[in-house]
Ligand binder design. Structure first.
Ligand SMILES: [Zn+2]
Ligand SMILES: [Zn+2]
Length: 146
């Protein structure tokens, strides 16, 4: 995998490149990323439609292949209040890879913040579509709900 950082946008050749992007993004936003998980549908696909509400802290991915919907991490709890923005890329694509970067309060500790990263499945542009605070424990089970 590799990330081309030479242009205005970072472009990744591989879904796993979201990791490097959210790590850099997290450092800039002052919450460093310690853990990363790539979203994968139970059918094995990593291509999704993505809808999120950054204010409520809700993100939903819909598998392009099997249409299964999944709320990322703890976001189903807040879904009723959500006003969703639909992810689309400047290239016209609505299909993205999704990965979540987690910032921890301390090494091996609880989550304090998460970033929903994405990579356009068509042109590879990397971005962060939503992010929200986690202020309860235990929280590390969220790693498995990406
Ligand atoms: Zn699927
Ligand atoms: Zn694109």
């Amino acid at each position: 995998m590799s990330i081309d950082t030479s242009g205005k946008w970072w472009v990744g050749t591989n879904p796993e490149d979201i990791k490097g992007f959210v790590e850099a993004y997290g450092t800039q936003c002052s919450y460093a990323v310690h853990e990363f998980r790539l979203a994968k549908c139970v059918c094995g696909s990593v291509d999704f439609y993505l809808d999120a509400d950054d204010t409520e802290g809700v993100a939903k991915r819909t598998c392009v292949k099997c249409s299964r919907e999944h709320f990322l991490c703890d976001s189903e709890e807040f879904a009723e209040e959500a006003e969703f923005a639909h992810w689309s890329c400047g290239c016209g694509s609505e299909v993205t890879n999704v990965g979540v970067g987690f910032s921890l309060r301390k090494k091996g500790g609880e989550i304090r913040w998460l970033y929903v990263g994405c990579r356009c499945a068509k042109c590879g542009i990397l971005g962060c579509f939503a992010g929200w605070k986690i202020d309860y424990s235990p929280s590390r089970q969220l790693f498995d709900r990406v």
